[in-house]
Write a protein that binds this ligand. Sequence first.
Ligand code: ADP
Length: 507
Amino acid sequence: MTLSKSTQINNSKSAQKTEYTSIKNHKMIIDGQLVDSHGLDRIQIECPATKEIFATVPRGNNQDVNFAVKAASDAFRKWSLVEPRERGKLLLRIADAIENEIENLANIIAQETGNAIRTQARPEAKLVADIFRYFGGLGGELKGETIPLGENFLSYTRREPIGVVGAIIPWNAPVLLGALKIAPALCAGNTIVMKAAEDAPLGILRIAEICQNFIPKGVVNLITGFGEECGTPLIEHPHVRKISFTGSTGVGKLIMQAASERIVPVSLELGGKSPSIVYPDANEDWAVEGVMAAMRFTRQSQSCTAGSRLFLHEKIFDSFLEKLISKLKNLKIGDPLDEANDIGSLINRKQYSRVLNYIQEGMEHPSSELICGGMPPENGEMSKGYFTLPTIFSNTTNEWRLAKEEIFGPVLTAISWKDEENVIKMANDSHYGLAGYIWTHDIGKGLKTAHSLEAGWVQVNQGLGQMPGQSYGGVKQSGIGREFSLNGMLESFTQTKNVTVSLSTPS
Ligand code: ADP
């Protein structure tokens, strides 16, 4: 197969293009106030598509964490006593306010993450409104149960809030992932201190700011800063009663250790190296498009659920890849604020060099063949930001580093299979277990394979993103706990109390 520089590099400026804003100094939100950090230091926020600094945020520290956790602790009791349906109504009002600000949020997300506004940033902003609306309707579902101990007892359970939630989020879908913790935590009656990712704190800051218009001060606190400087003090804080983390598996392990010191419940949504298995009967355009969506190419594949190991049946291996490469060529890479573009840039220099190192290694690997993409151009428009090309290596096994490690960039490895049992074995041969994708017209076969995959979420014949209501999370080193759903809220943000009453006490 010949090497093809896939995808179009869009150098032209579309008429439908939002202009970049000038540098703005933001504050964090603690106890209902916009504040600087105690240290007064700032972090510069670079737009990854231009490599220009366009904003700064406070560089939070230990003292800021103490201040925020105190505010959340002080606000907790009163908030927990607001009737659950009332809390839900406030979330619905927040949802409406977010909906009125979709364009502003989409712009912020595109600028800070490099994600293309049409394909990613705007849909993310819309989904955030949906998430607040979904959890806003669940106040009445914080139900307990009665236990049948006989006529002389009344034994029942209550779903109670846990207290102050310490939440840490990453940069890849910062507003969505932040909302997924704020909305259920608040619905269940908790208060929250969230640490934004240092690379993309602005969208979630705006959400936290919107929240302040509807909820009491101290209920939602948003701190900005580096992981070790304010993430660590947050997870180690004695008054944080629950930790919810989304990020890398490496940091997830540290979080779990910290949680074990105080025996606090922890939810972890970590990395993935998800398989996409194509059966020979699915050598068709819809499956090719599904594989592209599953690989999250239009998010530069910076997604934990990216279907980054493509298992193609040997009978269709070459022809499926030909179709895939030809469709990738139609995607436009460039300025994330330009409506015409499908693909934006990677998040930062560190991630850019990391992804390029993997590509270099793939190009030097004796048994792999680069069939699409490769190293991005060193000059021209693409070199102005951290832009990369959708890249595919073929004829590889499941046994090399590119097929084992989470790259978090648009590097797909295509692996050939002929025996179903063997492909399931290869798919499961990973320490991750977040997502999986299966493509076939034979629905019975597809479902049996879905049941055999060691993953928290398997999609058959589609490669979509998460929807509110779906319990989402991983198995193995992809994490523990579920979010995104009613069950996720009950499991992750409430604790059960049993109350047992004797009905035979003498009067
Ligand atoms: P990524 O490599 O994708 O940035 P990380 O897991 O390093 O993923 O980061 C996810 C979030 O975890 C970020 O908000 C980051 O600041 C935070 N973080 C990183 N290291 C630590 C740490 N040692 N303790 C607490 N939080 C951390």
